[in-house]
Design a protein around this ligand. Structure first.
Ligand code: SF4
Length: 441
């Protein structure tokens, strides 16, 4: 179904311009709704008939799909943009390890998947899901899926090419709400029947995109509302083309058969390159046959960067941080901004000195030192007020603060505003270890 335009939406609204939706007129609300920038629920006065007529327009271009046990479920889809800088991407690509049910190290891999974890600039990154692939033995598949579910403790994907193989595991683990993989042109009726009965989401597969659209509609017609699209393993160029067509069709053309999240397989080429492509270009799940740190860590880093809000850089809480152990009233106090990357670089350089220090992080809306200073987000008045607000004169005996050399120009005004002694530090924080040693010797 094609989405309605703003005027068609407007015709269904009460036209009272009451403003309860947060917009001054019904037409303004209609324009925002047509662009998926607001929700139909924001208008409390719409009639049932109007609501019914607008359901299609209110539906997101890519449906949100959830799987995994209640309380630990993961969400994919519900994206509205082609390009991150237009607004933001909302649901980060899930990274998934595939384990075959005949893998001799099945238990070891499942346990490792649970503990797979990296900390980068204050955010913990994990493997999100685990998939179990059937090798042909129905009983073994069920037993392996149950084992992996209990050891990995993550949302699961059950992978088999026929409903007869997947059914036992799907019924056994139905309360863990696994994602079923996959309906094909040969098995779709049985797979869709099982998914509809158990109310589980289902991967729909066809190598050809025309066939994928047809199959998506057929599966939906069988009562499966939560679908994930899959065009199978392919070369990088073809994957990029397919991912772009699917996303563009869903968002720009509102083509409903493609209005679902996409799963990407990496087995046909370099998994690192394919995984990076999937994260950058619209895949909601990426499957990996193996998960070496050298492959996964760069992809997690890329994902972290792509799925932040471009208008809100990663930020630290504005406060005083103790670094290199407990500090006391004679420990040096340094100043930086709350841009996460800046904080962690400065922190690392202070740690190299091994001198317990205090780092005053001020709120600059996530801007780095020079940018914040130029934009007047880092001012003498603001820093002085924050020092006062935190009551630092009680915990810093010498009442002195070291500022980055890049903002040496602020030293005079900060001394005037705060009454503190201002020491100009090195221009680059890499000079801090040597600088701190001279200050404290
Ligand atoms: Fe119009 Fe509904 Fe908004 Fe009121 S709340 S202005 S009736 S769209």
């Amino acid at each position: 179904m094609m989405a309605l335009n703003a005027m068609q939406i407007f015709m269904q609204l009460p036209k009272t311009n009451c403003g309860k939706c947060g917009f001054p007129t019904c037409l303004a609300f209609a324009m925002q709704l047509a662009n998926q920038k607001t929700s139909l629920d924001s208008c409390p006065d719409i009639s049932d008939a109007g609501r019914g007529a607008l359901e299609g327009a209110a539906a997101p271009p890519i449906k949100k799909v959830k799987f995994g046990p209640a309380g630990a479920e993961v969400e994919i889809g519900d994206e509205t943009e082609m390009f991150r800088h237009d607004k933001k991407f909302f649901h980060p690509t899930l990274l998934c390890q595939v384990i075959s049910d005949d893998d001799g190290d099945l238990e070891g891999k499942a346990s490792k998947a649970k503990d797979y974890e990296f900390d980068r600039i204050g955010q913990v990154m994990n493997l999100d899901t685990v998939a179990v692939r059937a090798s042909g033995d129905v009983g073994k598949f069920k037993e392996s899926a149950e084992k992996v579910n209990s050891l990995a403790g993550k949302p699961m994907i059950l992978m088999a090419d026929d409903a007869g193989t997947i059914e036992g595991a799907a019924r056994s683990l139905a309360s863990a709400r696994p994602l079923l993989y996959r309906a094909t042109q040969d098995n779709w009726e049985a797979m869709a029947g099982l998914a509809a009965e158990l109310k589980l989401p289902l991967v729909v597969y066809c190598e050809d995109l025309n066939g994928l659209a047809e199959l998506s509609d057929k599966v939906k017609g069988k009562g499966v509302g939560d679908i994930v699209l899959d065009f199978g393993p392919t070369k990088l160029g073809d994957a990029l083309r397919n991912l772009t067509i699917l996303r563009r069709s869903a968002i720009k053309k509102k083509f409903r058969p493609f209005g679902f999240p996409v799963l990407l397989e990496t087995s046909a080429t370099d998994p690192g390159l394919m995984g990076a492509l999937g994260v950058a270009k619209y895949a909601s799940i990426v499957l990996f046959e193996s998960v070496p740190v050298s492959t996964i860590y760069p992809i997690m880093t890329l994902r972290q960067n792509i799925y932040t809000d471009p208008q809100k850089p990663l930020q630290m809480e504005a406060k005083v941080y103790d670094i290199s152990g407990p500090t006391n009233e004679n420990s040096p106090l340094m100043l930086t901004t709350n841009f996460s990357l800046t904080y962690f670089i400065v922190r690392g350089d202070i740690e190299k000195s091994k001198i317990p220090s205090k780092l005053l992080v001020v709120d600059t809306e996530g801007l780095s030192v020079m940018t914040a200073f130029a934009a007047e987000k880092l001012t003498a008045e603001g820093v002085a007020a924050f020092i006062k607000k935190l009551g630092l004169e009680e915990s810093v005996a010498q009442k002195s603060i070291i500022i980055p050399g890049q903002i040496a120009r602020m030293s005079g005004s900060l001394e005037e505003e705060s009454g503190w002694k201002v020491i100009v530090g090195p221009r680059d924080s890499s000079g801090l270890p040597k600088f701190l040693k001279t200050q404290t010797s």
